[in-house]
Design a protein around this ligand. Structure first.
Ligand code: NDP
Length: 342
């Protein structure tokens, strides 16, 4: 009897904040690989703010997930059957979706990436610090932010997947690292455990005054994950020739009206000669290997600490994604895919 395959289908486009009700769980028999295909058993699902972008219609860096299709998502999994393409037992990371099983082929538009068999990489690391998350922090900060010793780097969503690594790399480069996060506990963790110089809770009534105090020499690099009011406050403190790494704008993803998403004081870019650059990590994939090697070295020396929040059970994925937009996670948010029972 074929194994059961739980799949989460996108039934409607989101409006406003992500509502798990727009997803429907269906159960089907696991598919059988055709010529040139392999069957991947997904084990860990990555939940990302960009999932909300992928659900919406309109122009973006990837086409929207078609309605009634399985939700797009990055997973770690293992090849369990093969009719070509990949060998059984190969561990892979790729866009295999919110489901137990996925068919893949080496000729897919975005093929899965096999993990090197000789390196004992943990699935949580493959999806986090050594995966797209860590690479986003690495290339965003170093390629675009170009931090110099003694400069001040501010990062929003600092206790999340990307932000927590950005601050640690900033410290390796001799910068003052200042984080903005959603709770006092997260702020304490950033300073005590990860070595940030200061962290500000975005829910404190006086957070803007705290930010000014935490950046006595102004801000040289803004690693922007939040957008909106946070980006406005940070931009206000940018130094001459500062760099704004536009990585994400999570506070804006739930807004249906896209006509007013930019910063309020955009003229600062002109008068302070700021550089602002957006980027999508997919463009950096050919450069991952060297960055991953450096990251491994930093982890080994204790300079980068990995952190993640693991939610158990595929059925809990929609609720966990809603929690990402409330800040329920610390570090990378992952779902451990269990065995389907019904
Ligand atoms: P995180 O692990 O940081 O999770 C998101 C965090 O954002 C939450 O934990 C919450 O933390 C914070 N947040 C949620 N809502 C708001 C809000 N309204 N205002 C401010 N903060 C909010 O996710 P990632 O590290 O995966 O992503 C961080 C950012 O990086 C996102 O904007 C994402 O889109 C972007 N990104 C961009 C990539 C690229 O290629 N350009 C690749 C990967 C990510 P808290 O409550 O503690 O503030």
């Amino acid at each position: 009897m074929p194994a059961m395959n739980r799949r989460f289908l996108l039934r409607a486009r989101p409006s406003g904040d992500f509502d798990p009700k727009i997803m429907e769980r269906v159960v089907e028999p696991a598919p059988v690989p055709g010529p040139g295909q392999a069957l991947v058993r997904n084990r860990v699902l990555s939940l990302d703010p960009t999932n909300r972008i992928w659900m919406s219609e309109g122009e973006s860096y990837l086409p929207p997930v078609p309605l009634n299709d399985v939700m797009r998502g990055v997973c770690y999994g293992e090849v369990v059957a093969s009719n070509g393409s990949y060998r059984v037992g190969t561990r892979v990371v790729g866009l295999t979706g919110w489901q137990d099983y996925a068919l893949v082929s080496a000729t897919d538009a975005m093929p899965v990436t096999p993990l090197p068999g000789f390196l004992p990489i943990k699935p949580t690391d493959a999806m986090g610090v050594l995966g797209a998350t860590g690479m986003t922090a690495y290339f965003g900060l170093l390629d675009i932010g170009k931090p110099k010793r003694g400069e001040t780097v501010v990062v929003s969503a600092a206790a999340g997947a990307v932000g927590s690594i950005v601050g640690q790399i900033a410290k390796i480069y001799g910068c003052r690292a200042v984080g903005i996060a959603g709770t006092r506990e997260k702020c304490d963790w950033l300073v005590r455990e990860l070595g940030f110089d200061a962290a500000i809770c975005r829910r404190d009534p006086d957070w803007k005054a705290q930010l000014v105090k935490a950046c006595p020499n102004g801000i040289d690099v803004d690693f922007e994950n939040a957008g909106g009011e946070i980006m406005d406050a940070v931009m206000d403190l940018m130094n001459l020739n500062g760099r704004i790494v536009l990585c994400g704008m999570i506070s804006q993803y739930g807004k249906d009206d896209r006509s007013n998403l930019g910063p309020k004081e955009f003229i600062n870019v002109l008068t302070r000669r700021l550089l602002i650059q957006g980027f999508i990590i997919l463009d950096y994939i050919p450069r991952f290997p060297l960055a991953q090697a450096r990251m491994l070295w930093w982890i080994k020396r204790g300079l980068i600490k990995e952190s993640h929040t693991l939610v158990r059970g595929l059925d809990n994925a929609p609720a966990a994604l809603a929690g990402l937009f409330r800040g329920d996670n610390t570090g990378k948010l992952l779902v451990e895919i269990d065995e389907p029972t019904a």
